[in-house]
Design a protein around this ligand. Structure first.
Ligand code: AMP
Ligand code: GLY
Length: 427
């Protein structure tokens, strides 16, 4: 099979490496891809959000499967456009991707179907929102832009001033354009966070191995929110008992709810969960694989990803046995200094071989360019250095050992990826 993967980050690199393991795969294409991906798949310079351009590329390449990985093309309807041309796809149609594309849609869905999540109100004018915040007078409070906002649409306001500022920025100053014309003000939840990605064909839902993201830029969860500075899998807080509860109260009800709404979700549905003192609750849904969650989850998959992806399209996921390795995985993200705010690109990366690798681990490329036999930085998050091992401790040790062999000017990474998970295991 010829397979086209849309996207160009660490997540797409991880998807491509897993697809490459399948005996069914004959050719791998990626658009736009990146330097690291280009060593394993033929890359094409088409933007992930360019629906017409991507359809045109698909018509030229005639892939047997198109995997749409990032959120924006999914929300914009790339899967619909590919299917209209007769291509098989992995990923939800636009009417289902809205589960990530509109926080108001997802909150209302959860309310309607009794799926546990934080209490909330919706606002379209700042005066009412501010009056509500003052009347509630409870902090922290959570303010979310309705639409996609490059992962920056969530503000955890510590006091009235911050909350009022966030509301004004989003609604009055249109910080995220139409995405923040409507906002959700949400109850602040506490507890360990767990990411659970799942495969679904719209009827059957198969959760993948759980993982833990590290969203803050600096050690000890300090600094700004990022796309994710590292991940580990499995997540030790996510016990078998909690997994059962989530299946009955969240996973199945969500899939059924989407079906009842005439929006059957196919592809990867990501459940962002908070294990609160009152049980697991949904913080957010994503309509796609997480990044960098995918870099620790897919290496532990012990089944053929091509078969699974085709089954989500054909609607026979129930017939597939999805197996996992009994190991742990750790991914340490190496980023450009200054990320997620201002950073430089084009720095030569030392310590990688011509496949973009270093010994003992797998290096997923998130933002690199390959030119004249050298890898250059080309983004905020640059590499995801990933190891699997019998224990989490060993996986982390392998990852960090490899991280120390890679270097560039102003490289930045967290030194404490997995420490909370290790403490939870021991506690
Ligand atoms: P998101 O951009 O939706 O992934 O949210 C970013 C982060 O904000 C989440 O990973 C949580 O850590 C935090 N968050 C979102 N909603 C809530 C909430 N209701 N209560 C507490 N923290 C939250
Ligand atoms: N790592 C979080 C996300 O992919 O949204």
């Amino acid at each position: 099979m010829k397979i086209l993967v849309v996207g160009g980050g660490g997540r797409e690199h991880a998807i491509i490496m897993k697809l490459a393991e399948s005996p069914k795969t004959t050719e791998l294409y990626c658009a736009p891809g990146n330097g690291g991906i280009s060593r394993y798949a033929k890359c094409f310079d088409v933007k992930a959000t360019d629906i017409d351009g991507m359809v045109k590329l698909a018509k030229e390449l005639q892939p047997d499967l198109v995997v749409v990985a990032p959120d924006d093309p999914l929300v914009l309807g790339m899967v619909d456009a590919m299917q209209a041309e007769g291509f098989k796809t992995f990923g939800p149609k636009a009417n289902a991707a809205i589960i990530e594309g509109s926080k108001i849609f997802s909150k209302d869905l959860m309310k309607k179907y009794g799926i546990p999540t934080g209490g909330y109100e919706i606002f379209t004018d700042s005066a009412s929102a501010i009056a509500y915040i003052k009347a509630q007078n409870t902090y922290p409070t959570v303010i979310k832009a309705d639409g996609l906002a490059l992962g920056k649409g969530v503000i955890l306001a510590q006091n009235e001033e911050e909350a009022v500022e966030a509301v004004k920025e989003m609604i009055d100053n249109k910080k995220f354009g139409e995405s923040s014309a409507r906002i959700v003000i949400e109850e602040f939840l506490t507890g360990p966070e767990v990411s659970v990605l799942s495969f679904t064909d719209g009827k059957t839902v198969v959760p993948m191995i759980s993982s833990m993201d590290h969203k803050r830029a600096l050690d000890n969860d300090e600094g700004l929110n990022t796309g994710g500075m590292g991940t580990v899998a499995p997540n030790p807080y996510y016990t078998e008992e909690i997994a059962k509860t989530c299946m009955e109260t969240i996973f199945k009800p969500t899939i059924e709810a989407m079906q009842k709404e005439g929006r059957a979700f196919t592809g990867c549905l990501y459940f962002g969960l908070m294990l609160t003192p009152n049980g697991p609750k949904v913080i957010e849904y994503n309509c796609r694989f997480g990044d960098p969650e995918t870099q620790v989850v897919l290496p532990l998959l012990d089944s053929d990803l091509v078969d699974i992806m085709l089954a989500t399209y054909e609607g026979n996921l129930a017939d597939i046995d999805v197996k996992w390795k009994q190991e742990s995985a750790a991914c340490v993200v190496m980023a450009s200094g200054g990320y997620p705010v201002k950073y430089e690109s084009g720095k030569e990366i030392a310590g990688l071989d011509d496949k973009g690798q270093t010994a003992g681990v797998f290096v997923y490329h998130a933002g690199t360019k390959f030119a004249d036999g050298r890898f250059l930085t080309a983004g905020g998050r640059v590499l995801g250095v990933t190891a699997t091992a019998d224990t989490l401790e060993n996986a982390l040790a392998k990852s960090y050992k490899a991280v120390e062999t890679i270097d560039w000017e102003k490289v930045h990474y967290r030194h404490d990826i997995g420490q909370r998970a290790l403490a939870a295991k021991q506690g």
